[in-house]
Design a protein around this ligand. Structure first.
Ligand code: UDX
Length: 467
């Protein structure tokens, strides 16, 4: 059956499937890039007849009014509500006890669905970043399914990290042009990518990262916000490495349109400004919810954008330029001199921006959500810098799917100007745009009836009902 409700907001959705008497508990990690895919997944499973409870920290708590069809169970993590997300291990150690108590209260209470029928709890779907999950859920014999909000390639790189360290891939014996050579055990990526991903002291994070992945081995399944069409060979490798059921059901944000529980208020002028622009004439610039930069990099970006003579919509999060509140580092009159070619906002409705007919390119940090969102709208990308999973995502964008270009140095105005013109004006950009359109079509097909992700959702539903 076609979803007749597409176009409705999540808040107004009535589930298409009848209630199945099973409740799913969700436990998102409190960062924007993790909360959004988890809530999209909750909406999707709600539409399949499950009742939903969201367990969450006070820190970065989701906007409940967007989801009146869910039950929310906050617990006190001890952080002031608007404090910055802390170090993963600190956050986990603060949350372990309150989470256990919250889970116990839920498990020991009477379960009645909104219509009054009795229901049972099917499973906990949690973000992989919570390092205490197994023990907490085992007390109640509650099956746990993991949601990985990053892609499979990154999980595979983590699996191989101890080996990379042992082989000396982070040593200074590999330098200069050798850094661009393919890593023998993972030829899609090069030595530079793994240096950028894990930094100069990978040993310090190796244990944390690999132990989080080991959790996956003991779970009842892993859900990926990715799809077979993007990561087919990676999917086979991960199934061998982690012999539990894997469900590639992404891109999650495309099933049910609706708000993505934004932690920051959207600036509506993003869309009104775009409305006055010609098709594909604007480059959208955003580095996601976490990254920051110094003043020099910020100014090089500003001048690179201005000198490209292209129109741009630029998200500069307050506090993301170190040492400044917002735009104070810009030279006096910078915006006025652009003659309307540039618009800067604190936070934009990114899904709408990428889907807007005026958006012709996306200069991104290649966070996995931004990457998927851009692919889904057929918007070609520029990548210049990043950390964690982003350099590997970017390698796939530029060299595997070939829907973007890389700014090698990334911090110099002349290179920035050239890259923007290559993407927005040159023939090279036109070719990338055509590949982006084809990839958009591929992803759209995997969500249709009979498509790989759609089928995988059905398998996931059957799996949860069998637990
Ligand atoms: C982080 C990591 O960087 C990312 O690589 C990982 O996969 C998840 O956690 P983040 O850096 O915030 O996330 O990047 P990204 O994954 O792209 O998520 C950002 C989200 O914020 C996107 O869903 C995007 O639509 C949204 N966003 C961003 C807005 O809604 N408005 C903005 O102005 C900017």
């Amino acid at each position: 059956m076609e979803n007749k409700q597409l176009g409705a907001t999540a808040a107004t959705l009535v589930p298409l499937a009848p209630k199945n008497g099973r409740r799913i508990l969700f436990f998102p990690y409190p960062q924007q890039g993790h909360i959004s895919p988890m809530l999209h997944l909750a909406n999707l499973l709600h539409s399949k007849g499950f009742t939903i409870t969201i367990i969450h920290t006070n820190l970065n708590s989701p906007n409940q009014s967007d989801y009146p069809h869910f039950t929310f169970r906050p617990f006190d993590d001890g952080f002031p509500p608007n404090s910055k997300v802390s170090h993963l291990e600190t956050l986990c150690s603060r949350c372990v006890e309150p989470f256990r108590e919250c889970l116990a209260q839920i498990m020991l209470s009477d379960h009645t669905a909104p219509g009054g029928e009795r229901e049972s709890i099917a499973c906990l779907i949690a973000d992989v970043s919570w390092n205490f999950l197994g023990a907490a859920a085992d007390n109640f014999k509650l099956p746990t399914i993991i949601l990985r909000t990053a892609n499979i390639s990154n999980a595979l790189a983590i699996v191989k990290l101890p080996h990379f360290i042992e082989k000396g891939y982070f040593d200074h014996t590999i330098e200069g042009s050798e850094l661009k050579a393919a890593v023998p055990e993972f030829p899609t990526i090069n030595f530079k990518d793994i240096r950028k991903t894990y930094g100069i002291n990978p040993k310090a994070i190796c244990e944390t990262l690999t132990s989080l992945l080991k959790v996956m081995k003991a779970t009842s399944g892993v859900i990926w916000n990715s799809c077979k069409e993007l990561e087919e060979s990676e999917m086979q490798m991960i199934c061998e490495e982690f012999p539990v059921p894997h469900f590639l059901i992404g891109p999650l944000h495309k099933y049910i349109p609706g708000p993505a529980s934004s932690l920051i208020a959207y600036d509506p002028s993003s869309i009104s400004w775009l409305n006055s622009k010609a098709p594909k004439s604007v480059i959208y610039v955003s580095y996601g919810s976490l990254s920051s930069m110094d003043e020099t990099e910020f100014l090089e970006m500003a001048w690179g954008l201005a000198n490209s003579m292209q129109q741009f919509l630029w998200v500069v999060r307050p506090g993301s330029v170190r040492g400044f509140e917002w735009l104070e580092a810009l030279p006096d009159g910078f915006i006025d001199k652009l003659d309307g070619r540039g618009h800067i906002v604190k936070w934009a409705p990114q899904l709408e921006v990428l889907a807007h007919q005026a958006t012709g390119g996306f200069w991104t940090h290649c966070g996995w959500n931004s990457t998927l969102e851009s692919i889904c709208e057929g918007v070609p990308m520029i990548w210049s810098r990043g950390m964690m999973d982003q350099p590997i995502n970017a390698r796939y964008v530029t060299d595997v799917w070939r829907v973007g270009i890389e700014l090698e140095k990334g911090k110099e105005r002349e290179e920035i100007k050239q890259a923007i013109r290559r993407l927005m004006v040159d023939k090279e950009g036109q070719e990338i745009r055509e590949r982006s359109s084809r990839l958009k079509e591929t992803l759209s097909n995997c969500l249709k009836q009979g498509g790989s992700s759609r089928d995988s959702v059905e398998s996931l539903v059957d799996h949860i009902l069998s637990l």
